[in-house]
Design a protein around this ligand. Structure first.
Ligand code: ADP
Ligand code: MG
Length: 564
């Protein structure tokens, strides 16, 4: 049947297009804030009523819009930020698609008041459902104020998808905080229903802004790191293993000051925290990546939340490198070859703004973190469960401790310490123990003889695939040291990368010397074990990444017994 396909009327196509950019009040907050930032403002105020459902107003003191440009700003694909297709690869602004204002205007009632610096008067435009109702001259301060009322008043379906005022406010605050975090040189204020919720005065230090947003307690647990690798520059603030989150929302990634969600970078972050945090735990990481605009494509997503790198692998390694450089201060031997190379290029950057990040900041306002930094555990041992877990009562509730994982972690630290301070004692056998190995085993052994020796295993090749084991580290109490060496070789064979052999040996030694599960412990043994655990945080893991602790919160018991 001919004539079935029709071009949609303008108003419908506009509403469809708007749906891509404007999902909820928070999207409006984000787009308006980005425009204000692009306008070179030094002060931005965001005001919401009823979580933005009733009103969203963003005020800035930026460059304003020329009177003749005001109607254009409200048209689709009208932008002052790019002129030619090539400009798409040289974007220095947050916006460039020319879609935001028209999309917002098509689903709400918008009033714009704006004035450019050299003009004595400003312009006011009123727009309803995408239609410009009036444009007039008015008196107003330099800069722009965009007011968005009754969002989705003409798209009832969209309104149905909105959540409570609280949730909508929360989404908007997220965008506000993300943008504030990456623009410390701009003052930001957030007002909701007449109350100031956030106020961040401008500063030249990233760290001051981070502290204003994440709070002092959290910021104190962050380490600063810097990398410059050709065209990639990274400034990072990354959490120590003592703190972590149960979700990825403590990870803030910025590419050229744009907040992005990038799976590859998330992966790099988690990879660099492997062996440091248990699975299921996420670090707090704020990463500012700076690349030349042509090295990153920002035009891949309607709300610009994703980017594409020209050389993703390089970025991946740079991120791992810069984060590992932090962890290596505590685990100096985990360094891989790639990281070593990158690390050698890590230098303190000449940027004034970055250097000033070191200044001890003054908190103006702290955003109460939802998570707590762990104290030493205080406890009372109740007993052993299933011969495998030690049950303690602590202030927070009941704490189960996996005895094997716990002991393994303690031994790993002890061994590591001894290795680092070169205080490993080896015990020589009166008669060397002969070992005959497989081709594969002997291949691995030959390439790790030095590391094994530094760990207290002295082994000499005495023939084809034949070795003499002369000593063992005295810290291990094993009846069959030959078996121990075999196990280490086995672990080393599955090493994916070079450079981590020592750690693998330490982990294997710790694992095999640690008490097992299904092993009854005497009270004094449990006490000794839990006592040596006290410097560890409740989120600590065994060197393989399994949890050591399980906390059954006090509230949970109360809840289960319906006492509240
Ligand atoms: P984009 O930001 O992608 O260019 P928008 O629809 O968000 O598209 O804005 C359209 C144009 O309106 C911008 O290119 C800019 O010239 C102008 N504009 C919007 N908001 C502001 C503002 N707060 N200050 C100055 N100019 C603005
Ligand atoms: Mg814009």
């Amino acid at each position: 049947m001919p004539g079935r396909i029709q071009i949609l009327p303008e108003e419908i196509s506009q509403t469809i297009a708007a749906g891509e950019v404007v999902e909820r009040p928070a999207s409006v907050v984000k787009e308006l804030m980005e425009n204000a930032i692009d306008a070179g403002s030094s002060e931005i105020i965001v005001e919401l009523k009823m979580g933005g459902l009733k009103l969203i107003r963003v005020y800035d003191n930026g460059e304003g819009i020329d009177p003749e440009d005001v109607p254009l700003a409200l048209q689709r694909y009208a932008t002052s930020k790019i002129k030619r297709a090539e400009d798409l690869y040289a974007i220095h602004t947050l916006g460039f698609r020319g879609e935001a204002l028209p999309s917002i205007a098509s689903v709400s009632k918008v009033t714009i008041k704006t004035r450019v610096p050299l003009s004595i008067s400003g312009t006011k435009a009123i727009c309803e459902g995408g239609e410009i109702k009036s444009i007039s001259e008015i008196g107003c301060p330099i800069g722009t104020e965009v007011e968005v009322k009754n969002l989705f008043y003409n798209v009832p379906v969209k309104r149905k998808f909105l959540k409570s005022i609280r949730s909508e406010l929360h989404y908007s605050l997220n965008h506000f905080l993300r943008l504030s975090l990456s623009h410390p040189s701009i003052s930001f204020k957030f007002i909701h229903d007449g109350r100031i919720l956030h106020e961040h005065p401008k500063t030249d230090s990233s760290l001051v802004r981070i502290e204003a947003i994440l709070g002092r307690e959290m910021t104190n647990q962050l380490q600063r790191c810097v990398l410059e690798d050709g065209e990639i520059r990274i400034l990072g603030f990354t959490s120590l293993p003592s703190i972590s989150k149960g979700s990825a929302d403590g990870m803030y990634l910025y590419v050229n000051q744009r907040f992005v969600k990038d799976r590859m970078i998330y992966k790099a972050i988690l990879e660099s925290y492997r062996h440091v945090l248990p699975t299921g735990k996420f670090p707090i990481v704020i990463l500012f990546l700076t690349l030349p605009p042509f090295a990153v494509d920002v035009n891949v997503h309607p709300t610009k939340a994703e980017v594409r790198f020209r050389d993703p692998e390089r970025v991946f390694h740079a991120v791992i490198g810069v984060l590992r450089s932090v962890h290596d201060q505590t685990l100096p031997f985990t360094e891989g070859v790639v990281e070593k190379e990158i690390k050698s290029r890590i230098s303190h950057l000449p940027f004034a703004q970055w250097e000033k990040g070191d200044v001890i900041p003054v908190v103006r306002e702290a955003f109460a973190p939802e998570w707590q930094v762990g104290e030493k555990i205080s406890y009372r041992i109740l007993g052993q469960v299933q011969g495998t877990y030690i049950l303690c009562e602590g202030e927070e509730g009941l704490i189960f401790i996996d005895q094997h994982a716990a002991h393994e972690r303690i031994l790993f630290h002890q061994y590591k310490n001894q290795y680092e301070t070169k205080s490993i004692v080896s015990e020589r056998f009166l008669i060397p123990i002969p070992m005959e190995l497989s081709t594969e085993e002997s291949f691995i052994l030959d390439s790790h003889l030095e590391e094994l020796k530094s760990m207290g295993f002295e082994i000499d090749p005495i023939g084809e695939r034949l070795y003499a084991l002369r000593s063992k580290p005295s810290l291990i109490d094993r009846k069959d040291p030959k078996e121990m060496v075999r196990e280490i070789l086995d672990e080393l064979s599955i090493l994916r990368r070079g450079g981590e052999a020592i750690e693998t040996i330490l982990v294997t030694l710790a694992c095999h010397s640690a008490i097992r599960g299904n092993f009854v412990l005497r009270r004094e043994e449990m006490e000794a074990l839990v006592e040596s655990l006290s410097p560890f945080h409740l989120s600590a893991t065994c060197p393989h990444g399994r949890p050591i602790f399980f906390l059954l919160p006090r509230d949970e018991l109360t809840r289960q017994f319906k006492r509240k």
